[in-house]
Write a protein that binds this ligand. Sequence first.
Ligand SMILES: Cc1cc2nc3c(=O)[nH]c(=O)nc-3n(C[C@H](O)[C@H](O)[C@H](O)COP(=O)(O)O)c2cc1C
Length: 174
Amino acid sequence: MASEGTQSRVIQAIVERRSIRHFLEASVDRSILIQALTAASWAPSGLNNQPWRFALVWEQDLKDQLAGLTRYSAVLKNAAVLVPVFLDRESSYDHLKDCQAVGAATQNLLLALHDLGLGAVWIGEILKNADKVLKLLQLPDRLQLMSVVAAGIPAHRNQTSHRRPVEELIVFEK
Ligand SMILES: Cc1cc2nc3c(=O)[nH]c(=O)nc-3n(C[C@H](O)[C@H](O)[C@H](O)COP(=O)(O)O)c2cc1C
């Protein structure tokens, strides 16, 4: 176990990862995405039901059409690839637990992309148009949109973020 001052690589990646919303005009290899999706798929899930599903959107025209479904359109347009993330209702056993599992897979995806030198952001705002996303991608209703992850080569890594002090987050200790 890492002792204080010698952070593990996992903790370092968790802390260093930032939401990236500006990308270089550079392509990303499919094999990198497959590595990241493989890491995503190693998330825990209730009964190990693995309810997550992913779409890969590379074509500019499709990215532009997805961009039209959110106010974060600039982020989606400029990403190298968009990954709509779904919950497959057919493998679902408990909706809340399945949403949690897809969330865990999504965080794995973000962390893996970061580890592989890419940047990404979790776009939830597009959920208001979940039905239109399904229609556009011609996917069946059994897939419930959970987010769209926009990924690419980061244009910079200047973005900062903050977190509440952990002591404020502990609501019970005995
Ligand atoms: C459920 C969820 C929905 C989010 N939706 C959006 C979004 O629609 N647009 C966006 O730019 N960022 C979105 N984010 C990213 C957050 O804004 C970001 O994670 C937060 O500000 C903390 O910044 P950090 O990721 O750099 O630590 C979302 C994150 C989560 C977990």
